[in-house]
Every structure is written in C-alpha cells, then in structure tokens.
Design a protein around this ligand. Structure first.
Ligand code: LLP
Length: 428
C-alpha cells in the first residue's frame, strides 16, 4: 500500500519499503550518489586538469557502490585489506585506488603492491623501508604520497579531528623527520614519491583550514626543493566536507572547499616558484551521507510524566553508533504520518541494553503509536560501515533505489549468520 501522505525518499514510498524489506532498513539512493559525483566532476575535476577525487570508502562500501563510483570516474580511498579486497572483487581498477592506514600490515602492503594500487599513502617512515623491500621483490615501482600532519585544527568532534599535532596519523611536521622520510623515499629505487597528503578531520564546515594546510604543505615543498631538489607533483587534501544532519547544518557545495584550495595552490606555487602540483580530494560523507536514510519501526512507548517520552525503535546503536560515539545529531520523520502536525516531543531510543543507546533527543513528531515507521535522515555515511552486532542484533539490509526501482544491495543478517564463525570453529 502506498500513500502520497507517506514520506517519499528519492521518489519512493518509505512505508512501502519498510513493509517489503522489513526494518531496520538502510535505504540508499543511487541517483543522489551519482548527482553528488557529477557535482564533484563539474565543480572540481573538469575545471582542473590532472585533479582527482577519491570516494572515501570507509563511509559506506559495497561492491555495487564500487561500481557506481567507478562508472562516475572517481578514484577510491581504501584503508584496509578488507576495503581493498572489496574493491578488487567489484572489479574496481586498481590504478584508481589510494591506499591509506596508520598501521598497514605486511600482508596489506604486499596486497597493495601485488595488485598494483595507484597510490600508497605512507603514514610512517618505516613503511618506506617495508614497501621498498616488497616492491623490489616484485620488481615493481610503487607510487607513494607521504601523509603529513599539518598542525591545523578543525572544528568538529574531537574523535574525528585528525589535522592537529597530537594525532596518531601521519608524519609530524618536524623538518628533520620529514626530510629524513623524503630522503629515504628518494633513495629507494622502487619507490616513486609523488607528493604529500593531509586530512584535517571529518564533517568540517571551514574553508580556511584547508587553505592553511595547503599553504603549509607548499612551504614544505619549497624547502624540500631547495634542500633536496625534490619537485612535488601532487597534493592530496583529504576529505572532510560537512553535510546536513539537522536544520542547524548549512552544508556547502564541493567547490566551496576546492575553489579555495585551488586558488591557494595556483597562487602560492607560482609565488614559491614550484611547478603547480595536481590536487586530489577524498570526500566520503559528502557523497553518501545525505543519499541514505534508515527506516525503523516504533515499538514500546514510555511516558515519564514531567520528564520525557521515550519511543523505542527496532534498531539503534548497532546500526548507528554515531550518536553514542560522537554525540551526533539526526533528524527524523514519522514516515506514515508525514503530513500530520508535530505536536509532541519524543526521544528516540534504540533497543540495546545500553543507556547511551539514544538515536535522537527531543524529536518533534506527531502522536506516535507502536507500528509507526520512522525514517532517520542522512544516515548514509558511517552507519552501515560502522554497524556491529552488539546484543546479537543482526545487521540490517541495505536497499538501493535507482530511479523507480528498488533492489536489495546487502541482505539482512540472519541469526544463523551470527553463529557462523562459531559453527566453523573447533569448540561448539
Ligand atoms: N581521507 C582520509 C585519509 C580519511 O581519514 C577520511 C576519514 C576521509 C578521507 C573521508 O572523510 P569524510 O569526507 O567522510 O569526512 N566515523 C566518523 C568519521 C571518521 C572519518 C575517518 N576518516 C564519523 O562517523 O563521523
């Protein structure tokens, strides 16, 4: 049964989707993803020849997602053997993969070299030695970028800040340390140092920090050119572009960030007498975040007089850990009552045995009843990809919407899935 009063997402009746596929359910719109990729192309890639945009797959990854990203002409940022394996199984061209990680294992580095990934982003000087050993064994040359810490602080939750000095990621911005790393890369016959990478953090709404970081990198490049004769070819400015979770958020188009970055790159490389490097960006959340919603069914409703009303849903922390981890805020719509007046204030609780399992505090909603469908918005990024099985909740299915069509992208986990690793072990 569909009704025009129900909340429509990407042209689909969300109540009908919940009925067909069950809840909790992740719903992802291919049309929105493609539109966002096209914006990145027209606002950045087409304007700056040689530039690259890599979708940060940690935000949401499936083989079908790899195929969408591939067909949109973007690159892919992976950060583990598992993400790399997924990309390869999806047939994603390995030369368009950028491989990150602050503690890549020998196995992962070997996979990356053997599978000929396009760029390996070195996060620690020792990786250069390890890579040289692997690459010489393979008789192959690997293209690398060195990740530096720009010492720039973004305004975001402290768990998702990365540009600050005290960070586990990247090589500190200390001239002797960086020079040593660059020297060892230049001296390694099977390593081709292309340039530098930085990432400032996630869900950022500031332009000036990107400008500041680019400025620092270019100054570093100039010093390295003078001292070591190293000429930088590319700069990778990471991801981090913020999205709209609630009406308080005022997101920007990609060009808001990239125009500022490019302006600085063009102007400052000229002034510093550097050959203008190409620029790579790595947005994850900005591409997939608003392209996804999560559908739940309302169950128990508990009113504590003069305190608050809790409405519990059939998922929660295991399918969206972000509110508990980062105090992340979300907006939601009661999908089967989308046209009704929002006269109530309710707190949306998950079903886990965990006091902190609250998805939304003080949501304005029409009067709720058991069985209502709740659509939590902007859950496309870091929802499915961070999902877990706490309390042995099976992970939800993901449905992909393409035009008028809805197709299962990832099936729902079963109870038997939860036991599979034990069934295949020695102790039962
Ligand atoms: N590039 C690098 C090197 C990164 O570390 C990240 C994110 C990105 C790109 C993409 O950032 P984005 O454009 O998606 O903001 N789980 C957290 C986010 C952690 C992001 C980690 N790195 C969350 O749910 O907010």
């Amino acid at each position: 049964m569909t009704s025009s009063q129900n909340y429509q997402f990407a042209g689909h009746d969300t109540v009908a989707l919940a009925q067909q596929y069950g809840t909790p359910l992740y719903v992802v719109s291919e049309d929105i993803i493609r539109h966002r990729c096209q914006m990145i192309r027209s606002e950045f890639l087409d304007k700056h020849p040689g530039s690259r945009a890599a979708y940060a797959s940690k935000a949401f990854l499936s083989m079908a997602m790899c195929k969408i990203i591939q067909s949109e002409g973007l690159c892919l940022d992976v950060v583990s053997g598992g993400e790399l394996y997924t990309a390869r199984e999806a047939g994603f061209p390995m030369e368009r993969v950028i491989f990150h990680g602050n503690n890549k294992s020998m196995e992962e580095l070997t996979m990356a070299v053997e599978w000929k990934v396009g760029r390996i982003v070195v996060d620690h000087p020792e990786e250069i030695t390890l890579l040289e050993a692997i690459a010489s064994e393979e008789n192959r040359c690997v293209d690398i970028q060195i990740r530096i810490v720009p010492e720039v602080e973004g305004e975001t939750h402290r768990h998702i800040m990365t540009g600050q000095k005290d960070s586990k990621f990247g090589i500190p911005l200390v001239p002797e340390i960086i020079e040593k790393a660059v020297q060892s890369a230049l001296a390694a016959p099977h390593i081709n140092l292309k340039g530098f990478h930085f990432h400032l953090g996630s869900n950022l709404f500031q332009q000036e920090i990107y400008v500041e970081a680019v400025e620092k990198v270019l100054q570093l490049c100039q010093q390295l050119k003078e001292k070591l004769g190293f000429e930088v070819e590319e700069i990778n400015a990471g991801g981090g572009y913020g999205i709209r979770y609630t009406e308080k958020d005022k997101p920007h188009p990609p060009s808001w960030y990239t125009d500022a970055i490019m302006e600085t790159v063009i102007k400052r490389s000229r002034e510093l007498k550097l050959k203008q490097p190409t620029v790579t960006i790595e947005p994850g959340r900005w591409i997939i975040g608003e392209a996804g919603i999560t559908l739940y069914t309302i169950g128990a409703i508990k009113e504590i007089p003069e305190v608050r009303t809790y409405a519990s849903v059939d998922g929660g922390l295991p399918d969206n850990v972000r509110p508990a981890l980062y105090d992340a805020q979300y907006d939601a719509i009661v999908a089967n009552k989308a046209d009704q007046e929002k006269t109530e204030t309710v707190t949306i609780a998950g079903k886990c045995c965990e006091t902190g399992d609250i998805l939304i505090y003080d949501l304005k909603a029409p009067p709720l009843q058991r069985g209502d469908t709740l659509a939590v918005l902007s859950t496309g990024a870091y929802g499915e990809s961070m999902a877990n099985n706490y309390n042995r909740l099976p992970r939800p299915a993901t449905v992909l919407l393409t035009g008028n069509e809805a197709r299962l992208m990832i099936r729902r986990e079963t109870f038997e899935d939860l036991l599979r690793r034990e069934r295949e072990a020695d102790v039962e």
